[in-house]
Ligand binder design. Structure first.
Ligand code: TA6
Length: 275
């Protein structure tokens, strides 16, 4: 079922997707932001209890859509897509009973380049596929980065493992000079602030019981703010870091370039292990 819920008691408009299996997802038009993905009654994504839901501010948690800039730069932190109001392009039930919704963003006063950015969401019984599609609708090439900044809910960060990045080179953003290292561990575990961009990664990895399979998205970011950074984030609780980990998929390092009329697509499929 697809329900467009807008202007409910002053809340921001959102689309609620419900699968016949009982799975569900929730997507705000603000930022095309997925704030919930449930497999049955199990919430798979982390949302901060201190998140803003306000024009011009990013939502903290779920799956922020990062475009055209990752991190700091000329544009607002992590670009403008996550703080823009998107349009609902369409929604449908597919032949095999999955639920699909497409949202689109086609302009920003913050960026001189004409573009068409589409986010496609496909909800299955135990999977969620998210696809980004960028088209250069202008007459000049433009550089961009594109990331799904996914916040996974975990029971305890100290019991959490990310697998599938062994042997991959990463940029460590927690160390001065952002050195490049090679990941030697079979399992990435957490005992402090972790902020790493893994470059040119395998297309299949996992975090706890969730399998991540991606296409067109060469890079992966693994992030947990831990104690001190949590305290510096006003839209994130000081005690929330043990219940989340970001495993982000996208194109970051180096930025991509899209020629006039060119199209880039990247997608990630999250599949929850059956409990
Ligand atoms: O993806 C990791 C990261 O770039 C971290 O450095 C941290 O800044 C995080 O994103 C959250 O950024 P935000 O702008 O959403 O607070």
């Amino acid at each position: 079922m697809i329900e467009v819920v807008d202007k409910v008691s002053g809340k921001m408009p959102r689309v609620v997707l419900t699968h016949s299996s009982g799975a569900s997802a929730e997507v705000y038009l603000h930022g095309a932001h997925i704030t919930s993905w449930k497999v049955g009654e199990r919430e798979m994504l982390f949302m901060s209890e201190k998140s803003h839901f306000a024009p011009g501010k990013p939502i903290r948690g779920g799956i922020p859509v990062i475009f055209p800039q990752f991190g700091a730069g000329e544009l607002p932190q992590h670009g403008f897509a996550r703080i823009s109001e998107w349009e609902l392009e369409g929604a449908e039930l597919t032949d095999d009973g999955d639920v699909a919704v497409n949202l689109q963003l086609t302009e920003s006063e913050l960026w001189p380049h004409p573009f068409a950015l589409r986010l496609g969401v496909l909800l299955g019984a135990d999977s969620l596929m998210v696809r980004m599609r960028v088209k250069n609708t202008g007459s000049a090439p433009f550089p961009f980065q594109a990331v799904l900044h996914t916040y996974f809910a975990v029971e305890d960060i100290r019991e959490t493992a990310v697998r599938g990045l062994t042997g991959v080179t990463y940029v460590d953003d927690t160390l001065a000079g952002n050195p490049r290292e090679v990941e030697e561990r079979q399992e990435i575990r957490f005992s402090g602030e972790t902020d790493r961009i893994y470059v040119d990664t395998p297309n299949k990895l996992s975090v706890n019981g969730v399998t991540i399979e991606k296409s067109g998205m060469p890079d992966v970011v693994v992030w947990n703010p831990w104690i001190d950074k949590s305290k510096r984030m006003e839209d994130f609780g000081d005690d929330e870091y043990p219940r989340m980990v970001c495993v982000e998929t996208g194109a970051i390092e180096p930025p991509l370039t899209l020629d006039p009329g060119g199209v880039w697509e990247g997608s990630t499929v999250f599949t929850a292990s059956r409990r």
